[in-house]
Design a protein around this ligand. Structure first.
Ligand SMILES: Cc1cc2nc3c(=O)[nH]c(=O)nc-3n(C[C@H](O)[C@H](O)[C@H](O)COP(=O)(O)O)c2cc1C
Length: 222
C-alpha cells in the first residue's frame, strides 16, 4: 500500500466488526511506528495495549462509571480545545459534529440521542482492541508534536494491515481511572486512547468523509 493510499483510507472509524485483532500485529505496528522522528530522538511516548479479557474488564469499569451518575467527575488531564475557539477552527469543529449526526440521522435538537451516541466513546466504539497513549508530564509542546507524529505513523501502519482506528482525546476526561487500570504512575500524562479494529463497512457513521480547510487558509509560498 502506498503512503498516499494509507492517508486516503485512514478515517476515524466509530463502528467496528467483532473480528478480533491479533495482539502481536498491534504491538508490531507500534514498534514500526517508532521509526517516527522525534526532536533529539527522545521518543517521549508510552503505549498500553488492551485486548480480550483486559479490554472487557476495562469496558465493564467504564460502564459502571457511565451508569453511576452520582460519581464526581475526574479532573481532566487537559482541555481538548482553547476556551474560545476562534474561526476558522470553530466552524470546522462545529461542522464535523453536525455532519456526523446528520450521517447518523440524529437531529440537532435530539439531545438524548446525541448523548447516547457520545457514550460510545466509553466503549471504544465497540472495537476489539484499544491502546492508551501517555507522555511524560515534564515534556512540552515539541514532544507533544513528536507524539502526534508517532500516532499518525501508527494509524497509517494499521491501514497497511487493513486495520482501522479512532484516536480519542475523550479519555483525557478519565485520567485517574485509566492510569490506575494501566498501572501507570503519575509522572505520565494520558494523551488519548486509540480504538483499534476492523471497520463495519455498513454502519452509517463510517460513511462520513470529513472535509478539510481550504489550503489557502494555511498554505502559502513566498
Ligand atoms: C488526537 C485526536 C483525538 C481525537 N479524539 C476523538 C474523540 O475523543 N472522539 C471522537 O469521536 N473522535 C476523536 N477524534 C477524531 C477527530 O474528530 C477526527 O480525526 C477529525 O474529525 C477528522 O476526521 P477523520 O479522522 O475521519 O479524517 C480525535 C482525533 C485526534 C487526532
Amino acid at each position: 500500500m502506498k503512503v498516499s493510499e494509507a492517508l486516503e483510507k485512514r478515517i476515524s472509524v466509530r463502528a467496528f466488526t467483532e473480528q478480533p485483532v491479533d495482539e502481536k500485529t498491534i504491538t508490531g505496528v507500534f514498534e514500526k511506528a517508532a521509526r517516527a522522528p522525534s526532536g533529539g530522538n527522545v521518543q517521549p511516548w508510552r503505549i498500553v495495549v488492551l485486548t480480550g479479557d483486559k479490554l472487557e474488564a476495562f469496558r465493564a469499569k467504564m460502564e459502571e462509571i457511565l451508569l453511576n451518575t452520582s460519581l464526581p467527575a475526574e479532573a481532566p488531564e487537559y482541555h481538548a480545545y482553547p476556551p474560545k475557539l476562534k474561526e476558522p477552527y470553530r466552524k470546522a469543529r462545529f461542522e464535523v459534529g453536525e455532519e456526523m449526526y446528520a450521517t447518523l440521522g440524529i437531529a440537532r435538537e435530539d439531545k438524548p440521542a446525541r448523548l447516547e451516541w457520545l457514550a460510545n466513546n466509553f466503549r471504544f466504539f465497540g472495537a476489539p482492541a484499544a491502546a492508551f497513549c501517555f507522555i511524560e508530564r515534564i515534556m512540552g509542546p515539541p514532544q507533544w508534536s513528536d507524539m502526534g507524529m508517532f500516532l499518525q505513523s501508527a494509524m497509517l501502519m494499521f491501514q497497511e494491515e487493513g486495520i482501522d482506528t479512532c484516536a480519542q482525546e475523550f479519555w483525557a476526561r478519565y485520567p485517574k481511572t485509566v492510569s490506575e487500570f494501566c498501572d501507570i504512575d503519575d509522572e505520565w500524562m494520558l494523551f488519548c486512547g486509540l480504538a483499534i479494529g476492523y471497520r463495519d463497512e455498513n454502519h452509517p457513521v463510517n460513511q462520513l468523509r470529513t472535509k478539510r480547510l481550504d489550503p489557502k487558509l494555511w498554505l502559502s509560498v513566498l
